[in-house]
Write a protein that binds this ligand. Sequence first.
Ligand SMILES: Nc1ncnc2c1ncn2[C@@H]1O[C@H](COP(=O)(O)OP(=O)(O)O)[C@@H](O)[C@H]1O
Ligand SMILES: [Mg+2]
Length: 247
Amino acid sequence: MPREGTAVEVKQLRKSFGAQRVLSGINLKVAYGETLTVLGRSGTGKSVLLKLIVGLQTPDSGSVTIDGQDIAGLSPRDLNEVRKAIGFLFQHAALYDSLSVEDNVGFPLQRHTSMSASERKERVAQLLRQVGMEEHGRKMPAQISGGMQKRVALARALALEPRILLFDEPTTGLDPITASGIDELILQVQKRQGNASIVVTHDLHSARTISDRLILVLEGQAVAEGSYDELKQSQDEFVSRFMAQAA
Ligand SMILES: Nc1ncnc2c1ncn2[C@@H]1O[C@H](COP(=O)(O)OP(=O)(O)O)[C@@H](O)[C@H]1O
Ligand SMILES: [Mg+2]
């Protein structure tokens, strides 16, 4: 499986819901080894963008290419294969409430691999260790904090060793210390695995820590692209106002 070159390319992607135009020709590219952050105000279509990239929703026009393959042309079976290569940390409903922490993490293994119960148990323990949650496997999601839930969701997103990672607001709603812990984990995973990662966030501190490159989305299009410092120094009024939220 390729782990170099362009992992994800989005070209002229458009998506409306009824009369509401959400994405109006967005472009982006992310390579293996690179973390791209997508910034933008609430309701600008960032979550929709990630769902289009994994094929959970279909665009009105434009294309999503994963490892050089346009996903629109794939059979359901091939699309499923592509999805297995992508770890997705959802913005909401990150965990299954009725499953324990360890069963949440083991779920993709049970569903998509032929691992035996004991192999699965071992892999789950390893994943939980990786996110510092090895003591909490038997707990239910309601019994752990929001930050711990995000860690578990991250462990679950990593279960199938995806080469592409999509994170939808991984630190939103967390206190700064917990948020830094999540950033640290994202960096560690990135360093170890050389993934292509796309992170949607409002958290400029986090964006500065984890991103190689950022895009800023306004009215369904990417209006700026660059490193954190480049965006921070932008002369564009919207970009500089957005970036001024940062401390
Ligand atoms: N399945 C859907 N049906 C109708 N409208 C949707 C759907 N998903 C998202 N939207 C609308 O698209 C817009 C962008 O949503 P979203 O991508 O969640 O924004 P954000 O940038 O905050 O993640 C919102 O106005 C939302 O209400
Ligand atoms: Mg969102």
